[in-house]
Design a binder for this molecule. Structure first.
Ligand SMILES: [Zn+2]
Length: 466
């Protein structure tokens, strides 16, 4: 049996607690100093730190952000006596940010180092804008540095398949973090041509890949089974996303006999949220910087650990744009059982769906992107997919477009169609005469699709979505 090391994130968080709260104690002269407390990290120590930082965050937000001045008018930090009291605070939504991003900003204009604009998938059509100070960016780099410590070792080389040209972009912050542990980052950006990227991997002797699941899959699937034109030596892969289908992880592992770590993140979290440990069974969360809850998406009630609901987080250390009880729209659960790695850090089960990811079909029942993902990514050669639900003369029509490797050309269309027809809800709806499956379209070009949020597009008449 392989020995599973305790996630190094625990040691990092222990250090942060001593350091940051020590500084606060020094600055304010009254904050509780955790630096005096010795020994390993415990839940009690972590939670008392989180409570202090939560109150600091509420104080900062109420005094500097006009949004929270109004929204939290009835909630002075003194009212928060325990982490449970967080549950009494109102939520912040993506629409709140879209409507008036500037109202969230807690620092002066010249302290803002980076603004990320996220194009909208929401109801208002407005983009979301997220602001960061230099200190906020430092927190991200520090996380990337220590998260990479879970995966790689000094001397390794990591190929960054994420955008990194702009100052403060995810690729650049990650590269800075990597250099701090003597891992050499090789900037690449999104993959367009797998042959070119595989050439870089061979030439640069890349050990570790950082990229989105479908982009890494495109590289792992490029060669036909048994073909080994490129001498690559991938030991580790970090999938940087909120949603990596199991089937994708499996195919990447099989191709390179490598370890595949899932990283859960979104820009609003400060680009880093949680990373799997060597047990590969849930992400350990960045608990010194973020406080996570899982709530009932309908009632908003906080759910006990183990139950699945909407992931909500509160920032504990962010300066430009603190977010309090931010609803992510992701479906997840906190795992109550201890992790095999032995850490006291919380663990979140793999996030595989968005709240909007489930499409209710005519006559009842639903289909979700995660179901299509697991079924279609299990087919060798399939590297990406798009799905659209539209109105048919009776009921719904499901159209699926797939990107597949050239070597799988003779089999893919039939395999995809058969796999779709074998999904129980699809089979049932066809029998009921409420669903038609359109002919499958397959793109065999080697030019990789641009990364996009993968969800089922619902363009039915009266769906109100497009
Ligand atoms: Zn663990």
């Amino acid at each position: 049996m392989t020995l599973i090391h305790t996630t190094p994130l625990e040691e990092w968080i222990r250090g942060k607690i001593s350091h940051i709260s020590g500084m606060n104690a020094y600055k304010s002269g009254n904050a509780h100093s955790f630096s005096r407390e010795q020994g390993p990290l415990t839940r009690a120590l972590l939670e008392s730190y989180q409570l202090v930082k939560l109150r600091d965050t509420i104080r900062l937000a109420r005094s500097n952000s006009s949004f929270y001045r109004d929204r939290l008018a009835e909630f002075p930090p003194e009212k928060i006596k325990s982490l449970r009291d967080l549950q009494s605070l109102p939520f912040t939504t993506a629409d709140d940010i879209r409507e008036s991003p500037m109202r969230f900003v807690c620092c002066s204009q010249d302290e803002i180092r980076r603004i990320v604009t996220l194009e909208s998938s929401g109801t208002t059509g407005l983009p979301k804008r997220i602001f960061f100070t230099a200190d906020d960016q430092e927190l991200t780099k520090d996380f990337f540095h220590h998260a990479l410590g879970v995966v790689a070792k000094p001397g390794d080389k990591v190929l960054v398949l994420l955008p990194g040209e702009r100052p403060g972009s995810v690729g650049e912050l990650f590269a800075d973090g990597a250099l701090r542990m003597d891992v050499t980052p090789v900037a690449h950006g999104f993959v367009q041509d797998p042959e070119e990227a595989l050439g870089v991997m061979e030439r640069e002797k890349i050990d570790t890949l950082l990229g989105t699941p479908v982009q890494v899959l495109a590289l792992a699937s490029y060669e036909a089974p048994g073909e080994n034109k490129f001498r690559t030596h991938v030991k580790n892969v970090i999938l940087n996303t909120d949603h990596a289908p199991k089937a994708v992880t499996k195919r990447i592992q099989q191709k390179w006999s490598c370890r595949v770590f899932n990283h859960y993140a979104m820009t609003e979290m400060g680009l880093g949220g949680g990373l799997e440990c060597e047990a590969f069974d849930g992400y350990h969360m960045r608990e010194a910087d973020l406080l996570f809850e899982v709530v009932d998406p309908v009632t908003g009630e906080t759910l006990p650990d183990g139950e699945e609901g909407e992931v909500v987080f509160t920032t504990l250390t962010r300066q430009a744009m603190p977010l309090i009880r931010y609803r992510t729209g992701d479906f997840g659960r906190l795992i109550p059982e201890p992790c095999p790695c032995g850490t006291v850090l919380k663990r979140m089960g793999r996030v595989k769906d968005r709240l909007t990811g489930k499409v209710v079909l005519a006559g009842g029942g639903f289909i979700s992107m995660s179901v299509l993902d697991e079924v279609l990514f299990s087919i060798p050669g399939v590297v990406n997919l798009r799905a659209v639900i539209s109105s048919a003369s009776q009921g719904d029509a499901l159209s699926v477009q797939v990107q597949a490797t050239a070597w799988s050309a003779s089999t893919t269309v039939e395999l995809v169609r058969n796999a779709l027809l074998a999904i129980p809800v699809v089979a049932q709806k066809i029998r009921d005469g409420m669903l038609v499956v359109q002919p499958v379209e397959v793109d065999f070009s080697a030019s990789v699709w641009r990364p996009a949020k993968r969800c089922i597009q619902d363009i039915r008449i009266g769906s109100g979505r497009k």
